[in-house]
Ligand binder design. Structure first.
Ligand code: 4AD
Ligand code: MG
Length: 431
């Protein structure tokens, strides 16, 4: 008997196959029982018909509870009315375990209950679809980068100093050094990597002790940082645009079924695969003020401002050239106006907010040193970073993509907690 996965069911029409999985649901009427069987890849209605399988096996089926684990054999039969287009006529069943009463039922549950049961909630159809989209986006990003000659370069997680400001650092005890900090972004290390490899990226968990309790903030989230030698600010944005459009196309190609299940407006997603817009920070402030916002030049954007910025746009918008005081020390100063940083935030449409932050990096030793001094950052700790500007400095740029933010936008899921298997937020560390 051939063991198969449900995603491949088409190939086995008329054949007898075995599927290992769990019972999603069941109902019965007299001599017939309908079991919804899921195996991770998909699900199918399996039919137990008493005259066909005999009393003993029929009784086994009766014992099954939701989430019981089984090995089921049966004949695959095409059925236009079935959601997957196929049904399985059971010929044999082996029970691995009869599950206890499953805590997550068909009814509505509160979010706290679902998060407390995240280890079980992950099995639901919607969470399964989100996990599949997360997987596709991950590989699409890596494929794009690989095709475009970015080498994977793994930055450390335990670091001696901050990349994105000291207020959101997680501190951990570290032997004789005293303290280490969980990485906020691999960027500074990637800048060393390009001096060896030209173009590099990392992709992994990053940490921010974010005090903000919003639907866009996690304390542990995944970031893909990319960095490229001899790339300047404008080209940096071009790379980001190409990458995001590549990812959208990949998901539209691979995950139609999941997007539909999540009730994603697919047309809106298709529309985002068009040239992105670029506007300056200054123009953005003016636009916001015209729309009634109280924001002043020099302020950072909050969630509300980000939502207004893209409200009449189908595509993401780059907001470029921010005042240097509200951006990190490593960003290159605009040589035409040294009060500005050559940077960009990429804001997703449909109120999803910032998904990427990037910039050209300051490549002049003296300017970078004075930027560190201005921000009262100890030079000694960043000497290794300054060294890069001493030994063959070059124009270079990079960006960091918030993986969960991108998943949220592409899948249309409003709260970031559902875009990662086990969300970590200020008030959530378990399970
Ligand atoms: O804009 P950020 O802070 O940029 C950096 O860390 C740069 N060093 C990256 C680089 O240039 N290589 O963070 C990058 C992205 C943001 O645009 C956002 O999408 C996401 O990371 N992000 C978060 N996602 C979830 N939860 C949080 N607390 C996040 N903070 C940032
Ligand atoms: Mg940012």
């Amino acid at each position: 008997m051939k063991k198969i996965f449900l995603k491949d069911i088409k190939k086995y029409n008329g054949k007898n196959v075995r599927i290992d999985g769990w019972i999603r649901n069941k109902r019965s009427s007299g001599k017939i029982q309908f079991l919804i069987l899921r195996d991770g890849t998909d699900e199918i209605q399996a039919v137990a018909f008493l005259p066909n399988i005999g009393e003993e096996k029929f009784k086994l089926c009766e014992k099954l509870t939701i989430e019981s684990s089984v090995k089921i054999s049966g004949n695959v039969r095409e059925d236009k009315r079935a959601p997957s287009g196929y049904e399985l006529d059971i010929t044999n069943i082996e029970i691995i375990q009869i599950a206890d009463e499953f805590p997550i039922q068909k009814k509505e549950h509160g979010v706290t209950f679902l998060l407390d049961n995240r280890h079980l909630w992950l099995r639901s159809k919607k969470q399964n679809a989100l996990l599949k989209i997360r997987h596709s986006i991950y590989y699409a990003i890596c494929n794009y980068l690989d095709k475009n000659d970015f080498y994977r370069f793994d930055a450390p997680i335990l670091t001696p100093n901050a990349c994105e400001g000291t207020t959101t650092l997680f501190e951990v005890p570290y032997f004789d050094e005293g303290s280490a900090y969980l990485s906020q972004s691999g960027q500074l290390y990637l800048e060393t990597g390009i001096m060896s490899l030209g173009k590099v990226y990392d992709f992994g968990p990053t940490f921010r002790a974010e005090k903000s309790k919003t639907r866009k903030h996690l304390t542990e989230f995944w970031m893909m940082d990319a960095e490229a030698a001899f790339v300047e600010h404008k080209e940096n944005m071009k790379i980001q645009e190409e990458l995001i459009r590549y990812v959208i196309r990949a998901v539209l190609k691979r995950n139609q079924k999941e997007l539909k299940l999540l009730e994603r407006d697919i047309v809106r997603l298709e529309k985002a695969d068009a040239p992105f817009k670029i506007i300056t920070y200054k123009e953005t402030i003016e636009k916001l003020q015209k729309k009634g916002s109280k924001i002043k030049y020099g302020d950072d954007f909050g969630a509300q401002e980000e939502e207004i910025i893209t409200e009449d746009s189908d595509v993401p918008i780059f907001v470029e050239k921010w005042p240097k005081q509200i951006k990190p020390f490593y960003m290159k100063l605009d040589r035409e106006d040294k009060k500005l940083s050559l940077c960009s935030d990429l804001i997703a449409p449909e109120k999803f907010g910032e998904i990427i932050g990037g910039s050209e990096r300051e490549d002049d030793y003296d300017i970078l040193k004075s930027r560190l001094e201005e921000e009262n950052i100890p030079i000694k700790e960043y000497q290794w970073y300054l060294d890069l500007r001493k030994y063959g400095t070059i124009p270079h740029s990079g960006f960091g993509l918030g993986f969960e933010r991108l998943i949220g936008w592409i899948s249309g899921v409003r709260h970031i907690r559902e875009t990662i298997p086990f969300p970590r937020m200020i008030n959530r560390l378990t399970p």
